[in-house]
Design a protein around this ligand. Structure first.
Ligand code: AMP
Length: 413
């Protein structure tokens, strides 16, 4: 199938060809006709499948089709809501690429940066708005945004949106748009709460599912190192010195962990940068740029900060901390071995993480390859250290929380 068969017209076809896309991906083949037919859809697809173009192209096409309508000045006709700033920026980049030869206008708004320049662009009028929930509602409250003309609402990475606690905002945004709009819900996984949201706001949605969410690519070698928690940094340095080369993402569960590892790797002369929720937007964008350009070859990230970010050509993923949600493991290692190339996934498991390995292996229906030949083996009988719980919480927790974080109740990702 070609993009032409999907009824995409010339100005968009030209931009798509210049972007180097020869043919539509599977999710595009399945989703584009449904969107052009004005159906509501629930699409289960991960980053890397071409899911952004799967909604961006038909949205642009529908807007082009209506361009003969009297021009009253531009109104927002398509609204894309994204949970993270990076993802919002990436979606906007996609729209800009496909938009090159049309006169449709798009822009992106997100928190963490000055609101004034965003207001200026919005006042001039746009057809397509990409936004994170908080800033969108803020601008709406200030009467800068009018959602009365939204024909298509896209909720991207819906599972992450709900994980990040945006459910009330999403519902509010949905109510602020017209009733007749088309809703497109994209999510890497469809857990119960996403299903519930879909059922409550979409009208008889069509479903598209690409790639089993629980499957991991056969092209990724998945290696497991049992290691005491205190030796994980040494093991990481040992592997970086001797085994792991190329472009690497290291995942940690907390911002604190990311910062600590970054300092150690920098001290050891590695070219490293990091992304997590406490870094300024500019710092996060800079880190991504440097990694994509090859100025640094190691990126350390929390899951939430890295989710949905299109980083290709990864040689290895290191699960420095194992995720407590098994699907997250699949997301993480899905970033390597893209487009048929070989990739490596290294997982470090300490005594207290053994249960995570069990649930991951159940989900992916595969046993990871245990590597025993390394300098920091874990005593197989080692049991997790159990902190006795009492009403005031464990000592461990008390020690790690700073006064500032207690006060602000900040996000951990
Ligand atoms: P996404 O899943 O939207 O994050 O897209 C992943 C990557 O695939 C992006 O770099 C897109 O530019 C690229 N892409 C999207 N559609 C196609 C296509 N039909 N052919 C080749 N690459 C594509």
């Amino acid at each position: 199938m070609s993009f032409k068969d999907l009824k995409i017209s010339k100005p968009i076809l030209r931009a798509v060809a210049e972007a180097g896309y020869d043919n539509p991906t599977l999710v595009q083949e399945k989703t584009i006709p449904l969107i052009l037919n004005k159906k509501d859809v629930i699409v289960s697809a991960q980053t890397g499948t071409g899911k952004t173009a799967a909604f961006a192209l038909p949205i642009l096409q529908s807007l082009l089709d209506q361009q003969d309508a009297p021009k009253k000045g531009k109104t927002i006709k398509a609204l894309i809501v994204s949970p993270t700033r990076e993802l919002a920026i990436q979606i906007e980049d996609n729209f800009k690429t496909y938009n090159t030869y049309t006169n449709l206008r798009s822009t992106v708004v997100y928190g963490g940066t000055s609101i004034e320049p965003q207001k200026d662009v919005l006042k001039k009028g746009v057809d397509i708005l990409i936004a994170t929930p908080g800033r969108l509602l803020d601008l709406h409250k200030q009467d800068i945004i009018n959602l009365d003309y939204v024909e298509t609402l896209v909720l991207d990475e819906a599972d992450l949106m709900l994980d990040m606690g945006f459910i009330d905002d999403v519902r509010k945004i949905e109510r602020l748009c017209t009733r007749e709009k088309q809703i497109l819900l994209f999510s890497a996984t469809i857990p119960h709460k996403v299903e519930q949201l879909g059922n409550s706001i979409l009208k008889t949605p069509e479903r598209v599912e690409v790639a089993q969410n629980s499957s991991t690519s056969k092209n990724v070698a998945q290696l497991l190192y049992y290691v005491p928690k205190r030796n994980k940094i040494e093991l990481c340095l040992h592997l970086l010195r001797n085994t792991i080369k190329g472009n690497i993402i290291i995942f940690r569960r907390t911002k604190f962990g990311v910062d600590k590892l970054e300092k150690t790797l920098l001290k050891n002369g590695y070219k490293v940068d990091s992304i997590h929720g406490d870094k300024s937007q500019t710092a996060r964008q800079d880190a991504l740029k440097k990694f994509k350009k090859g100025d640094v070859n190691i990126l350390i990230a929390t899951d939430v900060a890295a989710r949905g970010i299109d980083i290709t050509d990864l040689d290895a993923v290191i699960n420095f901390d194992l995720p407590n949600v098994p699907e997250t493991y699949v997301h993480r290692i899905g970033r390597t071995a893209r487009a048929g190339s070989k990739g490596m996934a290294y997982s470090f498991c300490s005594a207290d993480e053994k249960n995570y390995i069990k649930t991951i292996q159940q989900l992916i229906q595969l046993q990871l390859d245990i590597i025993e030949d390394h300098p920091y083996p874990l005593d197989p009988k080692a049991k997790p250290i159990v902190h006795k719980s009492n009403k005031t919480g464990s000592k461990h927790r008390k020690g790690r929380k700073s006064q500032a974080s207690k006060k602000k109740k900040k996000r951990w990702y």
